[in-house]
Design a protein around this ligand. Structure first.
Ligand SMILES: Cc1cc2nc3c(=O)[nH]c(=O)nc-3n(C[C@H](O)[C@H](O)[C@H](O)COP(=O)(O)OP(=O)(O)OC[C@H]3O[C@@H](n4cnc5c(N)ncnc54)[C@H](O)[C@@H]3O)c2cc1C
Length: 504
């Protein structure tokens, strides 16, 4: 075997989880190879330039806990240049044709009115001040609300509030997520801090991590598929690779394999390993529909999320150009809406029609009001919103010693989206290094009280790097990769498929 075919660590998948893992092991002086089937890194946390805007492959350019979160802390530790523009509000709420900005929890009274606000405070006290009781532990969040006497008939705005926050932040319904998991996640959202838009969008983070990995001597094998994890006596020893351009197959070896592709897909790679446990049902992914809009007019007056309480489907909208104007062409605002889409309940055509109708209701007629839909994309199957529904995640260990999982199928309880991805990397570092020091203690509970009057303060950060000014993205991917990544991309307004070559 050639010298360069042996590494200390092989990472399968160059999504955010894979990139963070690679950077961490390189930091420890290990020889690392990252294998990615696409022609570029970032997975669902990068973007392409389309119509002059940063159209993301997944995330809406937002870190759930902003500059105070686990991902931002890991980027700081790794000295990866980035800048997060934290929201200065709790959010705003679109209801009965108007938008109500809410800076603190106390100002939620303006949205809910005194009776429903009193109920929200009672629910909040139960969620924050005591552990879930034994009889509450197996309840879905919706069932717990019903137990508390909160239904659409009794407290309609509160139900809409929880539904839309859950649809936007977790891409699940209230009956798909457990009461204890909502408690953990909500506590973390309050203890860490408000969400934030990352300068340059998610592509800037992916690009900075890629540069960090290359500078540290990591090997990035793009356009390479991993069809199999190799084992000896039941232990992981390497992976088989297929070069997607030439079809050439070869093997590379390492005693530690980190998979960023989720439990179900990883299981398929070890299907022939004698001790692979195939009895585990694959984790269910969270599914959704996201729409990118360019608008001459600003919709949202802040850097946070506008939750939509009485739209038909759209759960929330962000306007990331409020943080980084370089994410859209000059004079235009990038507006991104997200909604839960459950393929078992409605066709994609119905979901899109609802999205367009909701947007028209909020923004007015397209031509007259100067907005148009750039892309509308559904996320499911192998390219979901999350590979595992929050609280139903896979374990980071596998039946094969030496093979671990990171990514959004392995989010620890209470850590959503990319905060969960970063925390999954900390968990694997703890497992591998056996010193248990990477999963840092949470910020204090007292910090959450800040929200009664204002969001907690952002972290001290250096000024935004030059990427915020709209530096070019990494080299254009080859057509074949773009075709795969945009397989679900169609603009709603016309129903016309976006040809891959239209993405630059
Ligand atoms: C519509 C939408 C909105 C979202 N909004 C946000 C948000 O605003 N904030 C947030 O924090 N999160 C958000 N998320 C979630 C976030 O994007 C994901 O949690 C995160 O990007 C997942 O990263 P990952 O590394 O776990 O997986 P991925 O990004 O999926 O990376 C896995 C990589 O592995 C590669 N791969 C797969 N199989 C193989 C194989 N056999 N061989 C080689 N390579 C392989 C894939 O090509 C991919 O690049 C959103 C997601 C979606 C879809």
């Amino acid at each position: 075997m050639m010298q360069e075919e042996t590494f200390d660590v092989i990472v399968i998948g160059a999504g955010l989880g894979g990139l963070l893992s690679a950077a961490q092991f390189l930091e420890r002086g290990q020889r690392v190879a990252v294998v990615e089937r696409l022609g570029h890194v970032g997975g669902r946390f990068t973007a392409k330039t389309f119509g002059g805007a940063q159209v993301s492959t997944g995330a809406v350019h937002m870190l759930p806990f902003g500059s105070n979160g686990v991902l931002a802390a890991m980027l700081r530790d790794l000295a990866v240049p980035h800048h997060v523009f934290d929201a200065e509000v709790f959010g705003s709420f679109y209801l009965r044709g108007r938008q109500i900005p809410v800076r603190s929890m106390l100002s939620m009274a303006r949205v809910l009115g005194p009776r429903e606000f009193g109920c929200l405070m009672r629910l909040g006290a139960a969620m924050f001040l005591r552990h879930p009781r034994p009889e509450e532990r197996s309840l879905s969040f919706r069932a717990w609300l019903v137990h508390q006497g909160v239904t659409r008939a009794t407290y309609p705005t509160i139900v809409a509030f929880f539904e839309r926050v859950s649809h936007f932040t977790l891409s699940v319904d209230l009956d798909q997520v457990s009461y204890p998991e909502v408690c953990e996640t909500t506590k973390n959202m309050f203890r860490y801090g408000p969400p934030g838009i990352v300068a340059g969008g998610c592509a800037a983070v992916a690009r900075a991590l890629e540069a960090r990995i290359r500078a540290a001597g990591g090997t990035l094998l793009l356009h390479h598929d991993v069809p199999q994890v190799l084992t000896e006596a039941g232990t992981a020893v390497g992976v088989r690779l297929v070069n997607r351009a030439t079809g050439e197959m070869r093997a590379i070896h390492a005693p530690l394999i980190v998979s960023d592709i989720g439990g179900a897909a990883t299981n398929r790679l070890i299907a022939d390993a004698a001790n692979a446990d195939q009895s585990e049902p694959p984790s269910q992914g969270a599914t959704g529909l996201k729409t990118h809009v360019l608008s001459k007019r600003s919709l949202i007056p802040h850097r946070g999320i506008m939750y939509c309480l009485d739209t038909t489907r759209i759960a929330g909208i962000v306007q990331p150009t409020n943080s980084d104007p370089g994410l859209a062409p000059p004079g235009e605002h990038l507006i991104i809406s997200h909604q839960l889409w459950r393929p078992d309940r409605e066709t994609i055509a119905e979901a899109r029609a609802h999205a367009l109708a909701d947007l028209t209701r909020i923004l007015g007629p397209q031509t007259a009001n100067g907005w148009h839909v750039l892309t509308m994309s559904q996320y499911h199957d192998a390219w979901p919103v999350n590979r595992a529904v929050q609280g139903h995640d896979d374990a980071p260990t596998t039946p094969v010693p030496g093979l671990y999982l990171v990514g959004d199928a392995v989010k620890p309880s209470g850590y959503l989206m990319v905060e969960g991805v970063a925390q999954s990397v900390n968990v694997v570092l703890d497992l591998v290094e056996r010193n248990g020091s990477h999963v840092a203690p949470k910020p204090s509970r007292r910090r959450a009280l800040t929200w009664l009057v204002a969001p907690p303060a952002p972290q001290r950060q250096p000024p935004p790097p030059a990427v915020a000014e709209g530096a070019p993205l990494q080299p254009a991917p080859r057509k074949r990769d773009v075709a795969q990544k945009t397989a679900h991309l169609t603009p709603a307004a016309t129903g016309e498929e976006i040809a891959p070559e239209r993405i630059d």
